[in-house]
Design a protein around this ligand. Structure first.
Ligand SMILES: [Zn+2]
Length: 475
């Protein structure tokens, strides 16, 4: 019998997944709506009861018995959550022995734990699905498999790295460091960042002169194609014409010089990486370093310097090739118009003219890399794709260090060095005996938050996260 079940299980596992990630999201949404509806109905029932009680009281019935619990889930099955130790055992087997071994050990002998396990893992499911699972728990298998796959992909904090000494030791011994960087390493250069309260997006939102649903639409390709003048009306403000690299850029250059930098993934478009001389850099959101014609049939590419003048004078840079082509064509049109009277000038401007083809636009690059021995996240809170997605694609055993003013709480990082990136790297370089040019004044010893993996340098904004860590330690 058990052997039969194992066979069934294996067959099921070899099936294509019935559910994809989006469908799971949809199911959870449906369950959430269902729950909200139930809560609302319950509240209404309670309210009705209160109104009724009030009416009775008004009629002189003073000593009312306590109203009974409003709604009872009579007849509806309720899965109690699994014992936390049981869940922990399942997850530990999953991580150590893999998906199939885990399912064989835990599900095959007791398929009816599929639904309670899903609920214990925090997955909300619509009642219809839960009822289905009660009749046939194997129907929940591909769902469970998807949930477990998600858990496997999620990074867990590595217990062995916690202190600044650990970071120094990692930097000393690592030879393939990946740096993920964001606006935080360019702020000290005078370049406005995008997301902070004085950042570009909030300025755009305040000025409200562009009629954007979301200020980040300023970097949306379609929005650009509809009206490139919008982008070029503010591009001069972020164009890197007179900025110098920060100590953080120079630190990353040092990593490269010492043969430790595998790759820098930058979210910045300021090209200060190039100015600092960093070779192994990919600008994930593109940069002003090159520009390409928006006409898919042209794709003419130029060096960033070619559109510099246009950007600084807030003009929309035209593609020279497309411009030449258009000039020829309009000559032809003019000739044709002479021949065929009645044509209006407008009749020539249709089709592609609606989208801004033939405009030069700064380029976007993508990336993918493995074989990493240390990840340093610098000056970014990792909320923006594609850099944000990179961590989940790298093997979870790679130690990950954050250097940023604010902590990252939506994923597990091993050591967090909170503060101005420039201060933190100056401190690290001092300890590593590396000479950092333009280093800020000597940096005081960081303060460790309780006995945690979080350390505060000048400029740290630990917020509720640090408070919670302190409370945890007290309690
Ligand atoms: Zn072109």
């Amino acid at each position: 019998m058990a052997a039969d079940k194992a066979k069934v299980l294996e067959e099921i596992l070899q099936l294509d997944d019935d559910y994809d990630s989006e469908e799971l999201d949809r199911l959870e949404e449906e369950a959430e709506e269902e729950m909200e509806k139930e809560i609302k109905q319950e509240k209404e029932a309670v309210h009705e009861q209160e109104v009724a009680d009030e009416a009775l009281r008004a009629n002189g019935a003073d000593a009312l018995p306590a109203s009974p619990a409003s709604t009872e889930d009579a007849g509806e099955e309720s899965y109690g959550p699994l014992d936390p130790e049981h869940v922990a055992q399942v997850l530990s087997d999953l991580r150590e022995h893999g998906m199939i071994a885990c399912l064989q050990k835990h599900i095959v002998p007791n398929p009816f734990i599929v639904a309670p396990l899903l609920l214990s893992l925090g997955v909300m499911l619509p009642r219809a699905i839960l009822n289905e699972l009660q009749d046939d728990p194997y129907k929940g298998l591909s769902l469970l498999k998807l949930v477990l796959t998600r858990i496997l992909r999620k990074r867990r904090k590595l217990a062995e790295y916690n202190t600044v000494e650990d970071v120094l030791a990692l930097v000393r011994k690592s030879k393939r460091i990946v740096v993920l960087s964001g606006a935080g390493i360019s702020v000290s250069c005078g370049i406005p960042d995008f997301r902070s309260k004085d950042g570009i997006y909030s300025i755009l939102a305040q000025e409200n002169q562009y009629e954007l649903d979301d200020p980040s639409d300023m970097f949306d390709k379609e929005v650009f194609l509809r009206d490139p003048s919008m982008f070029y009306s503010f591009a001069h403000a972020i164009y890197p014409s007179h900025y110098e690299p920060s100590p953080s850029h120079r630190f990353i250059k040092l990593l490269e010089e010492k043969g430790k930098l595998l790759r820098m993934y930058s979210q910045n478009i300021d090209t200060l990486e190039q100015k600092a001389g960093i070779q192994r850099v990919l600008q994930c959101h593109g940069s002003f370093a090159t520009a390409t014609c928006t006409d898919p049939s042209c794709r003419y590419q130029v060096d960033g310097a070619a559109i510099r003048e246009a950007i600084l004078s807030k003009n929309v840079p035209q593609c020279p090739k497309c411009t030449a082509r258009r000039a020829k064509r309009s000559k032809r049109e003019a000739k044709r118009q002479k021949v065929a009277r009645g044509w209006t000038a407008e009749s020539a401007s249709e089709g592609e003219e609606e989208l801004a083809y033939g405009i030069m636009k700064p380029d976007i690059t993508f990336f993918g890399e493995k074989e990493v021995d240390l990840i340093m996240v610098m000056g970014t809170s990792l909320k923006v794709a594609p850099v944000a997605d990179l961590l989940s694609h790298l093997p979870p055993h790679i130690p990950t260090v954050l250097i940023n003013r604010t902590p990252i709480t939506h994923m597990a990082l091993d050591v967090m060095l909170l503060g101005d990136a420039d201060c933190v790297v100056a401190y690290l370089c001092d300890k590593l005996d590396w000479t950092l040019s333009h280093a800020p004044a000597p940096i005081p010893e960081p303060l460790r938050v309780a006995s945690s993996h979080v350390h505060q340098f000048p400029g740290a904004e630990g917020g509720w996260y640090v408070e919670a860590l302190l409370e945890e330690e007290d309690g």
